[in-house]
Design a binder for this molecule. Sequence first.
Ligand code: NAX
Ligand code: K
Length: 496
Amino acid sequence: MKNILTSEQMREADRHTIATEPIASVDLMERAALAFVKAFMQLHRDKNVSILICCGTGNNGGDGLAVARLLQQHGYDNVTVWIARFASRQSTDFATNLAKLHYCPIPVSEFFPSDEFPAVTQSILIDALLGSGLNKLLDGDWLRLVQHLNAARIPSIAVDIPTGLPADGIVPSTAQMLYAREAITFQRPKLSFFFPESAKAMDKFHVVDIGLDEVFIENLPADFKLVEASDIRGILRGRKRFSHKGTYGHALIIAGNTHTMGAALLCAGASVYSGAGLTTACIPAEGLLALNARYPEVMYTPRETLAENWEDADAVAVGPGLGLTVDLQHMLEYPAKPLVLDADALTLLARNKSLMKKLPPNSVLTPHMKEFDRLFGEHSNWWDRVNTARRRAVQHQTVIVLKNQYTFMIMPDGQVYINPTGNPAMASGGMGDVLTGMLTAFLAQGYPPQEATILACYMHGSAGDRLAAEGMAVIPATELIAAIPVTWDAIVQSNC
Ligand SMILES: NC(=O)C1=CN([C@@H]2O[C@H](COP(=O)(O)OP(=O)(O)OC[C@H]3O[C@@H](n4cnc5c(N)ncnc54)[C@H](O)[C@@H]3O)[C@@H](O)[C@H]2O)[C@@H](O)CC1
Ligand SMILES: [K+]
């Protein structure tokens, strides 16, 4: 796991590194600029390309000036610098880098409040106007300049963070940003990069190491952690010699209805392919033929004999395609089992919120945004939504899997894990049912809820990434199920 820091913590890490390495602040800026340039050169190998570097007068602007000098030294001969002199203050390191730039053959133009901006004639923009120091929404001359640059419609590469995007906290829907094709960000992705609102600010981001003290960073109390492949390799267990189906647990899937039987099948299929020793689907009898045809590995039980099957199960999923006529309250009176509630089960919970108190501790809820808001109230932004999820997870001692491009996995202690895998090709019906089946299978195999959640979300996204890399622009849920075992194997086999 990697700690994801707030902008205040990032400043702390800067200060700590400067004091203890020790390194002068301007040398740290040089290191950051070098790291940026190295990454930039991978993205844009053509050294004849014309580049406009727009700089503010803080440290983000200082980075921009150092980048201009370093690019020129690396043979990029067509670099122009604009400086936005809209603030009366400039940082010391900005001033030092401006003085250094005077020895380089790079044209520099300065713009003051109310100045007209010339047309942008360059092919690439490097955005070093404002970075993590952003403390209010863009307005006035800053907004005018950003709109002018956006209107030029040339690819922009942001230094650290696109101008106008707060590094953390609420991103208001009215916020305007300098749109970046890519952001090259320092040391850690910024929190807001994981929120859907950042889609307005950039297409993608790259993280570059600028040598901040990693031990210090990892010892900071961080509410958000990013899951990495090495964590999954640490959690995922291989199949044991002399093991048998009983070793890997029994998953019970309570799902399906006349018109939504597919959800139950997908969920049960995902459980089989995620290694549950046995999977039983508790579905209406009319789904039996389809179940046998599609997944003969799955056993069937009618709703009437649910109580006995519940006794035998090691983990239970309730919800995919279930409909809203089942008695969830009654089910929650059965003996406590590792439990996943999804889809219609979440709607039933939302209709009768007092049932939240009956959930066994560590139950896993897997809402998408709308289901979450139905359960816990409307939210106008993701920052508030995730913070509500943290409070509710603690209050109800549940795991909340808030599904998103980067799924937030919120644990009963309020800690948030961010899943890095997955892609837009997976945005299709049935994907959530597959995730629920995977989660239930891992719970049935005896993984604790926190680990089962992290495993399921990571492998779900990873299977999707694998298929996308093979050329699938759209991934049907059934294809994803089939890719789970090979994804699993690739994770176990990889040693990087
Ligand atoms: N030692 C360090 O602190 C390092 C900082 N680095 C760079 O420094 C950046 C942060 O620099 P700063 O803290 O100087 O801040 P910025 O350069 O992001 O912003 C400069 C100043 O602009 C003002 N401002 C903020 N939002 C505004 C708005 N909407 N309208 C008008 N003015 C606004 C604030 O007074 C702010 O301090 C990082 O993003 C990164 O690029 C890197 O050089 C790495 C090392
Ligand atoms: K920037």
